[in-house]
Design a protein around this ligand. Structure first.
Ligand SMILES: *Cc1c(COP(=O)(O)O)cnc(C)c1O
Length: 505
């Protein structure tokens, strides 16, 4: 029995704090199902559960529950969200309208391609645009996330070497500044990670790179601009060193927001890369999914792309449109996902690219880079910066001062929440102590950037004058400072509020 019910029974006044989870009342219903219009049939008994504890709630209970939860959360639609590496830009509402058009939202993946030619035309055009933006030859829209695109790319590199009789190429070089998915991808593909350090400027250490190059190298994975926010100064040399020893270059394209219409990965010498449609091309992604990580490849690797991809089967003319269909590239590594990828996100990316056009996409990058550099320049006398140089679309600073020993990056992040601002990315990249990775994105105005700068400066003052304010933050959020250590040790994976001492299993 819930606390609320007990109190009702005893005639006690309802609690002041709204109960969050335990709303179920036996017999309460929120749906009215129509009488069945098909004959009733028994379901296979061995497939049924003997009991299913579903909450018994009214429609209003459900609406209030989820509306309340949504108010506990921060979102790009509420305020500044400088979560570095995640590109939390505003997602134009037009995208949502387009993705909900019945002709897109209501189609079934098993429909005959002849009945969904419009959807296929959209996928084809998106492949073409992503190929154009990257300078690559061909694109597969299959992968369901950036990490999934990485996985595709590494399998393609491996398949290429195997096809050339070079099975001994088993090493992938990954800089120590890399996103965690890069070494994870390499390991999942069965290859070996060789980590190389960054130098004092945040670039790859070229001497170390030359030292590890040999005929056992399959390739290198690198993010451009890298996760420290800086554009690798020696990228051409890096590409030449790897190509020189017979390896291939993979570009982690999660940071394409800093390159759109300005530089093409293929021109820099990359062989294969992925996009994060949910980051660069604006699908809401704060809640962890769905994602879309198309992979783009040059002439050399295009035949290995995961399939199927969309192609023109019969050219059209003035009277008839072309006939689109699915094809599998000649030496494809195979299928990576059921059906055709996360189609709704393709519609959003298509709408976003069509809305901006070529100039508009270049302006996205100009403004993203300008905003990041503006905020960086305004904060560099207040927060220690490991690399004092022009950044791409994000920059890293340190949330710690020698004369405010007890204050750490986490305290600054928690305090930002009191100012209605989402914390930056904390403690990543791993090689910068007390890292705060800040990415304003292009969709923030100068006024919003100024509000963030003012909050950061105010917090720096507080850190020196009244550090307890930071240690106890957040003060205004619905959930106060959580005990990270206890949360990790006593993991509670269900939503029930358990009596003290009772475990969740
Ligand atoms: C976000 C990100 C990834 C992983 O992308 P997912 O879509 O989350 O799998 C990889 N590399 C970098 C640099 C990223 O920022």
């Amino acid at each position: 029995m819930t606390e609320l019910m007990l109190q009702e029974k005893n005639g006690a006044p309802p609690p002041l704090e709204p109960l969050i989870y335990e709303l179920s009342v036996p017999g309460r219903v929120g749906v009215n199902l129509p009488a069945p219009d098909v004959p009733l049939a028994d379901l296979p008994a061995d497939l049924l559960r003997s009991s299913l504890e579903l909450p018994e709630v009214s429609e209003l209970d459900v609406v209030r529950h989820f509306t309340r939860l949504s108010q506990f959360n921060h979102a790009i639609d509420i305020g500044f969200y400088p979560l570095g590496s995640c590109t939390m830009k505003y997602n134009p509402r037009l995208n949502e309208d387009m993705a909900r058009l019945p002709g897109f939202a209501g189609i079934h993946p098993l429909q005959d391609p002849s009945t969904v030619q419009g959807a296929l035309a959209l996928m084809y055009q998106l492949q073409e645009w992503l190929a154009e933006i990257s300078g690559m030859k061909a694109v597969s829209l299959q992968p369901a996330a950036g990490a999934h695109g990485e996985f595709a790319g590494i399998l393609m590199i491996r398949a290429y070497h195997l096809a050339n009789g070079e099975a001994h190429r088993t090493k992938i070089i990954v800089p120590d500044s890399a996103h965690g998915t890069n070494p994870a991808t390499t390991a999942m593909a069965g290859l070996q990670v060789v980590e190389i350090p960054s130098d004092a400027n945040g670039d790859v250490d070229l001497d170390v790179l030359r030292g590890v190059c040999g005929d056992d190298v399959a390739g290198m994975m690198i993010t451009v601009p890298n996760t420290l926010g800086v554009f690798e100064a020696h990228i051409k040399e890096i590409v030449d060193i790897i190509h020189g020893c017979g390896g291939l270059m993979y570009m982690d394209g999660a940071n394409m927001n800093a390159m759109l219409g300005v530089a093409k990965p293929a021109d820099l010498g990359f062989d294969v890369m992925h996009y994060n449609l949910h980051k660069t091309f604006s699908t809401p992604h704060g809640g962890g999914g769905p994602g879309s990580g198309p992979v783009a490849a040059n002439e050399k690797l295009a035949p290995y792309l995961p399939g199927p991809i969309v192609d023109i089967l019969e050219e059209g003319d003035d009277e008839t449109p072309p006939l689109y269909g699915f094809v599998t590239p000649e030496k494809s590594i195979g299928r990576l996902k059921a059906f055709w990828g996360n189609f709704g996100m393709m519609v959003r990316a298509y709408a976003y690219i069509a809305l901006h056009g070529a100039q508009g996409l270049r302006d996205v990058t100009y403004h993203a880079v300008l905003n990041a550099n503006y905020v960086r320049a305004m904060l560099k006398d207040t927060y220690p910066m490991p690399f004092d140089r022009i950044c791409g679309h994000e920059f890293v600073c340190m949330g710690h001062w020698k004369d405010a020993e007890g204050v750490h990056a986490l305290d600054i992040s928690k305090r930002l929440m009191d100012y209605g601002i989402h914390p930056p990315t904390n403690y990543f990249p791993l090689i910068v102590p007390e890292a705060l990775l800040i990415e304003p994105t292009e969709t923030e105005s100068k006024q919003e950037c100024d509000r963030f700068i003012a909050a950061m400066k105010q917090i720096a003052r507080e850190a020196h004058e009244s550090p307890e304010l930071l240690h106890e933050a957040p003060h205004k959020a619905p959930v106060k400072r959580v005990d990270d250590v206890r949360a990790a040790k006593q993991l509670v994976l269900c939503c029930r509020v358990l009596p003290e001492g009772e475990s969740a299993e």
